[in-house]
Design a protein around this ligand. Structure first.
Ligand code: PEP
Ligand code: MN
Length: 255
C-alpha cells in the first residue's frame, strides 16, 4: 500500500520519524529536514495529543496541523498524525496523508467506523492491553467499512514489568504477518520509553521482519513538551539508520 509515493509492505523498511508533538514551525521543519537527510520517508508529529494528565501539553491542534502541511510543502514528506476524535477527522484529513489511531483509541469503535469510511491510509496502533486478536478485530472494523489501507503498529503493551514504559511485543510482528496480509511496523519509542533502548529495539524489529519503524526525534529532548525521555537527538537517529542498514540487508530488505 502507498502513502503519497511511499510504498509500505515491500522490500524497503519504511522509516517514519519526527517529534512526538508539533511544538513550533521551526522545531518541526528542522526535525523534518534532519530525519529526511538521515533516510526517513514519512514525517510524524502529533497535533492532537492524548495525555494521561489533562494538565499536560495536549498539542497545538489545528495550528499544529497547519505547521505539518507547511513542512510537507517544504520537504515533500508525507505526513502521519493522530486523530483522537471523530470531531477532528475533517481537519486531520485535510492535512494528513495517513491518519494515526492511537493506542487509547484502538477500541473506539465509532472512530474506527468513521475512518473505515475514508479512503486514506490508517496507522492503527495496538491498544495498551489489547491481544493480537483484539488488535486484528479493530483493523477489521476499519476494513469492513471499505478502507483496506491499514498499517498495524506494535507499540508495546502493559505488563507487570516496570523497567521499561511498555513491554515491546516483538513476537506480535511475525504473528500479525502470519494472520493477516497487512503491513506491520514497530514503534520502539513508546515501546520502551527510554531513548538509548530505541536503536537496540529498532534493530530487533527490523530483524524480526517489521515493514517499518515509527521513531520520535527531538533536537533538545530535555525541553520536549511530550515524550522527551524516549526521543532521539537527530545525530543519534542518523547513527541508528546507519546501524539498521546491514540488518535490513541481512533479512533481504533495505532501509
Ligand atoms: C504517539 O505516537 O505519540 C502516541 C501517543 O502513541 P500511542 O498511541 O502508541 O501511545
Ligand atoms: Mn509520543
Amino acid at each position: 500500500m502507498r502513502v503519497g509515493d511511499v510504498a509500505i509492505g515491500g522490500r524497503k523498511v519504511v522509516m517514519m520519524a519526527g517529534p512526538c508533538s508539533v511544538e513550533s514551525p521551526d522545531q518541526l521543519l528542522a526535525t523534518a529536514r534532519a530525519v529526511q537527510e538521515a533516510g526517513a520517508v514519512i514525517l510524524r508529529g502529533g497535533a492532537f495529543k492524548p495525555r494521561t494528565s489533562p494538565y499536560s501539553f495536549r498539542g497545538l491542534k489545528e495550528d499544529g496541523l497547519r505547521m505539518l502541511a507547511d513542512v510537507k510543502r517544504e520537504t515533500g514528506m508525507p505526513i502521519v498524525t493522530e486523530a483522537m476524535d471523530t470531531r477532528h477527522l475533517d481537519a486531520v484529513c485535510a492535512h494528513a496523508d495517513m491518519i494515526q489511531i492511537g493506542s487509547r483509541n484502538m477500541q473506539n469503535y465509532t472512530l474506527l467506523e468513521e475512518v473505515g469510511r475514508l479512503r486514506k491510509p490508517i496507522l492503527l496502533k495496538r491498544g495498551l492491553s489489547a491481544t493480537v486478536e483484539e488488535f486484528l478485530f479493530a483493523a477489521e472494523y476499519v476494513a469492513s467499512g471499505g478502507n483496506d489501507k491499514i498499517v498495524l503498529c506494535e507499540r508495546g503493551i502493559r505488563t507487570f514489568e516496570t523497567s521499561t514504559r511498555n513491554t515491546l511485543d516483538l513476537s506480535a510482528v511475525p504473528v500479525l504477518k502470519k494472520l493477516s496480509h497487512l503491513p506491520v511496523i514497530v514503534d520502539p519509542s513508546h515501546g520502551t520509553g527510554i531513548w538509548w533502548l530505541v536503536p537496540l529495539l529498532a534493530r530487533a524489529a527490523v530483524a524480526v521482519g517489521a515493514d517499518g519503524l515509527l521513531v520520535e526525534v527531538h533536537a533538545e529532548p530535555g525541553k520536549a513538551l511530550s515524550d522527551g525521555d524516549q526521543s532521539l537527538r537527530p545525530d543519534k537517529f542518523a547513527a541508528m539508520m546507519a546501524d539498521l542498514r546491514p540488518v535490513a540487508l541481512a533479512t533481504g530488505r533495505e532501509i
